[in-house]
Design a protein around this ligand. Structure first.
Ligand SMILES: *[C@@H]1O[C@H](CO)[C@@H](O)[C@H](O)[C@H]1NC(C)=O
Ligand SMILES: *[C@@H]1O[C@H](CO)[C@@H](O)[C@H](O)[C@H]1NC(C)=O
Ligand SMILES: *[C@@H]1O[C@H](CO)[C@@H](O)[C@H](O)[C@H]1NC(C)=O
Ligand SMILES: *[C@@H]1O[C@H](CO)[C@@H](O)[C@H](O)[C@H]1NC(C)=O
Length: 230
């Protein structure tokens, strides 16, 4: 065993290769997970107009950060509007954040990689997609982002809507079921009547055939003279 291991260690054999392959795989996994922006498991929220909401975002980095650039962007009907941005020197540094949108406050303070923001007194215009964006210079400008969706609703309308929707769904469902049942019933009856018709036709023809096969004189006499007359 020991002799074999000595042999394996020699550079002419495979293992150094294998080691480098494993190393590059590890590095690949590593670099692909170097930075991650995360807005939480529930990446959307419904809030009533006039309320104050927090848009959560934290970053994870297994290789550490240095001068991490981050921003929040709002998708204003297709164009990305910067909400705020900053550069975080290191994990424990407090960033100075520039805010470009009214009623927005940076609350994460880079505490435990937290870069969440608060939007005060939201209006319907605040509803939409917010992108939490990050770029770590340690990764040569690789971009990372996560999207959080804010839906602004009117409290009264929400209650009405859900009730109305539930009612409509219940009533609609019942009606649909009833109609479906009636349609099914009608269709079944229709099919049954058609089948019956078919059967009657079949019975008629088969009885006719039966008649000829049975050699009933009456029917033979009736059918044979007609072609002759034509
Ligand atoms: C929300 O919007 C409605 C309609 O625009 C308005 O009447 C209501 O006062 C608003 N609520 C708040 C809390 O701002
Ligand atoms: C939010 O609304 C409250 C009450 O209307 C007001 O006192 C406060 O200044 C507003 N905050 C911001 C950031 O606009
Ligand atoms: C981020 O910071 C805010 C404000 O301090 C806090 O409410 C929130 O829970 C924090 N989020 C996480 C994921 O730590
Ligand atoms: C990263 O995002 C910036 C805009 O913030 C853009 O200019 C750049 O091309 C992006 N880089 C990659 C690799 O997508």
């Amino acid at each position: 065993m020991e002799v074999q291991w000595v042999g394996v260690k020699s550079p002419r054999l495979g293992p150094p290769h294998a080691a480098s392959v494993i190393l590059s795989i590890l590095l690949g996994v590593w670099s692909s997970q170097a930075l991650e922006m995360n807005v939480g498991k529930i990446n959307h929220m419904e809030a009533v107009n006039g309320s104050t909401v927090m848009l959560p975002c934290v970053y994870y980095s297994c290789i550490g950060i240095k001068n991490l650039y981050f921003s929040w962007q709002f998708n204003e009907s297709g164009t990305m509007q910067k909400v705020c941005d900053s550069v975080i020197a290191s994990e424990d540094a407090m960033p100075h954040v520039s805010v470009y949108r009214e009623r927005v406050e940076f609350v994460g303070m880079n505490d435990e990689c937290n870069i969440s923001i608060l939007i005060w007194n939201i209006t319907f215009e605040d509803g939409g997609e917010y992108t939490c964006f990050g770029r770590n210079p340690k990764e040569k400008g690789k971009n990372h982002s996560a999207i959080f969706t804010l839906v602004v609703v009117d409290e009264l309308r929400v209650v009405d809507n859900t009730l109305a929707t539930m009612l409509a769904a219940a009533v609609g469902g019942a009606i649909a079921l009833l109609m479906g049942f009636m349609l099914l019933k009608n269709f079944t009856l229709f099919v049954l009547s058609k089948l019956e018709e078919k059967n009657r036709e079949c019975l008629v023809t088969s009885s006719g055939i039966d008649n000829t096969e049975n050699g009933l004189s009456g029917s033979k006499a009736d059918s044979k003279p007609t072609p002759k007359k034509k």
